[in-house]
Design a protein around this ligand. Structure first.
Ligand code: C2E
Ligand code: CA
Ligand code: CA
Ligand code: CA
Length: 280
C-alpha cells in the first residue's frame, strides 16, 4: 500500500481500491468459471433429530480459481447478483443438481428427500423467472417436486414486487419453500402468515449463542413453538456439537444441519455415506 501513499492516496482509499479490483477480477473470472465448468457443488445432509436420519440435502456452491484459490459463495454470489450473472449461475445450479439427482437414481441410490437449493433475492425479484426455471426443469426431465427452495428472510422483507408471485408459482409447481437465515432479516412470523411457506431455517448465529445464553435459547424455543402453530417445519442450521443437539431436542426442534452431522460433502461421498442402495 505504500506506493499509493507516495502518490498521495490515503491507506483507506487504497484498501477500497483493492476491494474494487478484486470484485472486477472475480466478476470477470466468474463468467469463464461458468462456461468452463469450474463451479462445483457440495452436498450437506439435513437430518431428523428424533433418529439422526437423513431428511434432505442442501446443495452449496464451490469455486476454486487457479489464481485466486477457493472463493466463498458469500463473496461471489453478491457480485454475480450485481453483474446480472445470477440467472446463469442459477441455471447451472438447476442443471447440475438435476443431473446429479438422475445419476444417483441410475446408480441405484434411494433418495426420498428433496434437494434444497439457495435462490437469490435478486433472481426472484424478476417477472417471468419462474417460467424459465420450470421450462428448464422440464427439458431436464426432473420434476419440480425434487426441489426445496431456500430464500433468505431479507427477501421477504424487501419484496417490492415479484418475489411473492414467483414464490407462489414455484410452490404451485410443487416445490417446497423454506425461509433461510431466519432471525436475521427483521421480519416477524405474523408477517409471513399469508405466504406459501413450508419451512423455516433458524440462522446459525442463534444456534451458536444458544448454549451460553439463556435468552437466545428462549427465543429459539419461542420461534419453534410459533412455527409449529403455523405448520412450519423448523431446521436449525450450523449445529456443531451435542450440547446444541440436546437443547434442540428439548425444545422440540425437528430438523438440523451442521458440522456435528456432516460438513458439505462431494456428491460421491454424500451418496456413499448417506444414501442407501435401493433393494434390487
Ligand atoms: P447459507 O445458505 O446460510 O448456507 C449455510 C452456510 O453455513 C454454508 O456456507 C455452509 O457451508 C455453512 N455451514 C454448514 N454447517 C456449518 C456449521 O456447523 N458451522 C458453521 N460455522 N458453518 C456451517 P457456504 O457454503 O460458504 O455458503 C455461504 C452462503 O452462500 C450460503 O449461506 C448461501 O447464502 C450462499 N450460497 C451457497 N451456495 C449458493 C448457491 O448455489 N446459490 C446461491 N444463490 N447462494 C448460495
Ligand atoms: Ca441455505
Ligand atoms: Ca442459512
Ligand atoms: Ca447465510
Amino acid at each position: 500500500h505504500s506506493k499509493y501513499n507516495n502518490l498521495g492516496f490515503s491507506f483507506y482509499t487504497c484498501q477500497m481500491e483493492e476491494a474494487v479490483v478484486r470484485k472486477v477480477l472475480i466478476s470477470e473470472k466468474l463468467t469463464t468459471a461458468i462456461d468452463e465448468g469450474n463451479l462445483r457443488l457440495n452436498y450437506q445432509p439435513i437430518v431428523e433429530l428424533k433418529n439422526d436420519e437423513l431428511s434432505g440435502v442442501e446443495a452449496l456452491m464451490r469455486w476454486e480459481d487457479p489464481d485466486l484459490g477457493p472463493i466463498s459463495p458469500s463473496e461471489f454470489i453478491p457480485i454475480a447478483e450485481c453483474q446480472n450473472m445470477i440467472d446463469d449461475i442459477s441455471d447451472w445450479l438447476f442443471r447440475e443438481t438435476a443431473c446429479q439427482y438422475r445419476k444417483w437414481i441410475s446408480e441405484g441410490f434411494e433418495f426420498t428427500g428433496r434437494i434444497a437449493i439457495n435462490i437469490s433475492e435478486r433472481e426472484l425479484a424478476k417477472p417471468n423467472r419462474v417460467t424459465e426455471i420450470l421450462a428448464l426443469l422440464e427439458s431436464l426431465g426432473v420434476p419440480p417436486e425434487t426441489y426445496e427452495i431456500e430464500l433468505s428472510e431479507s427477501a421477504f422483507v424487501n419484496d417490492t414486487g415479484h418475489t411473492q408471485e414467483n414464490l407462489d408459482a414455484l410452490a404451485n409447481a410443487g416445490m417446497i419453500i423454506a425461509i433461510d437465515d431466519f432471525g436475521t432479516g427483521h421480519s416477524a412470523l405474523w408477517q409471513l402468515r399469508t405466504q406459501k411457506l413450508d419451512k423455516l431455517k433458524i440462522d446459525h448465529s442463534f444456534v451458536q449463542r444458544m448454549e451460553s445464553d439463556q435468552a437466545t435459547r428462549d427465543i429459539v424455543e419461542a420461534i419453534t413453538a410459533m412455527a409449529s402453530l403455523l405448520d412450519l417445519k423448523v431446521i436449525a442450521e450450523g449445529v456443531e456439537n451435542l450440547t446444541q443437539v440436546d437443547i434442540l431436542r428439548d425444545i422440540k426442534c425437528c430438523y438440523a444441519q451442521g458440522y456435528h452431522f456432516a460438513k458439505p460433502l462431494t456428491a460421491d461421498i454424500f451418496a456413499s455415506d448417506w444414501l442407501e442402495k435401493a433393494q434390487a
